[in-house]
Ligand binder design. Structure first.
Ligand code: TMP
Length: 209
């Protein structure tokens, strides 16, 4: 069962190159400008243990890893982030903005990687001890555009380096979950200019703030 907490938990998620990281920062800044107490985290990451697991997950020097192995590593990293940062922050009434979350595991290791999405949602509930986002905003854009953008910024990591068919399934996975649960998901067109994307995210977030 989802527990009721004082704070608010917002997730920005979506395919590669959608500009999530910039938009997470912009949203936190806008919330602070509006007088709200807000903080951000990134998944996988944000604690020493979670960051170390992230290195393993994204290391291109490592051989291909089974999707099931990836699921458990992402969940382990996330469990640590939730218990150390997200839960305490929500308990004291903060707004937590998270760059990716369980929805990414469902899209990448589930819809694209072949693991049953329902099993992943269940594991997510166990790993996070009942903490669930109040809203997940999917920043959607065509795969080719996203991969080109991401590759202009940095060398692709182990997951990003997968082929275009894989990333098409990721994108469709995000759109399917958003369509199935519109009360807790919103979809924003991330191919718009960054200011317009930020505005659309703000409008969506107002639903739960
Ligand atoms: P990032 O680029 O948003 O920092 O995410 C790191 C990579 O990890 C990205 O290629 C997406 C991938 N990923 C998964 O495959 N499953 C997950 O559960 C998460 C959170 C990320």
């Amino acid at each position: 069962m989802t527990e009721t907490r004082r704070g608010c938990f917002l997730v920005l998620d979506g395919p590669e190159g959608a500009g999530k990281t910039t938009q997470v920062q912009r949203l936190v800044q806008r919330l602070r400008d509006a007088g709200r107490k807000a903080t951000s985290v990134r998944d996988p990451g944000s604690t020493p243990v979670s960051e170390r697991i992230r290195e393993v997950l994204l290391d291109r020097r490592l051989p291909e890893m089974g999707a099931r192995t990836e699921v458990f590593l992402y969940m382990a990293s996330r469990a640590e982030m939730v218990v150390r940062i997200v839960r305490p922050a929500l308990d004291v009434g903060l707004i937590v903005v998270c760059d990716r979350f369980v929805s990414s595991t469902v899209a990448y290791q589930g819809y694209a990687g072949g693991i049953d999405p329902e099993l992943i949602w269940d594991l997510g509930r166990t790993a996070c001890g009942g903490i669930e986002p109040n809203l997940t905003v999917i920043l959607d854009l065509p795969v080719e555009e996203g991969l080109a953008r991401a590759r202009r910024l940095a060398e692709p990591d182990r997951i990003e380096a997968k082929d275009q068919t894989f990333h098409e399934k990721v994108r469709q996975g995000f759109l399917s979950m958003a369509e199935a649960r519109p009360q807790v998901f919103a979809v924003v067109d991330a191919s718009q200019p960054p200011d317009a994307v930020a505005e659309a995210i703000w409008e969506a977030a107002k639903r739960v703030l």
